[in-house]
Design a protein around this ligand. Sequence first.
Ligand SMILES: [Zn+2]
Length: 185
Amino acid sequence: MVENIKMNDIANKLNLIQQFAIEQLKHWGLTGDYSNDWCFVWDKSVRRYGQCRYNKQEIGVSKHLVKLNSIEESKDVVLHEIAHALTGRGHGHNAYWKRMCIKVGARPERCYKPESKGGNVKTVQGKYNVINKDTGEVYYSYHRRPKRTDWSQAWIQGRKRETQGKLQVVANTPNKSESPYRLQV
Ligand SMILES: [Zn+2]
């Protein structure tokens, strides 16, 4: 019997954040109007937790970082990006944006601080990554070598066919030229 390492929890977390994002976009009037119709998308970024893409009218959130972090942290990222969508291009993280953050309930902070620097955000900077042997895609990251030693039968929830028998634990070699200190949001 294969134990399915917390995969259900992770799937629930992703669903919850996606639902939250959709609800919040609606709540703040960012959907439904032809000229102002935003959507929520997942992306595969490992460094950027969230991104507001004005030209596409979409809010992208990193699946990897949502998996790693608490629901509260991820909700804050969603609201942070909603504040960007509401203030519009050109305001960046200025005072107007900060006021909008307070209005929507986001922390009016420009960036997230990783745990490694005393902040709250877990980053994909662990010493060990669980990757797909074939594609190199990173599914999980750990600071200690995972206790599981046999990955031959494990899979990623919802992606069994493409991931079963493909998972491998590898030592992570972060790119030193990129500072892990600040996560862009
Ligand atoms: Zn931002």
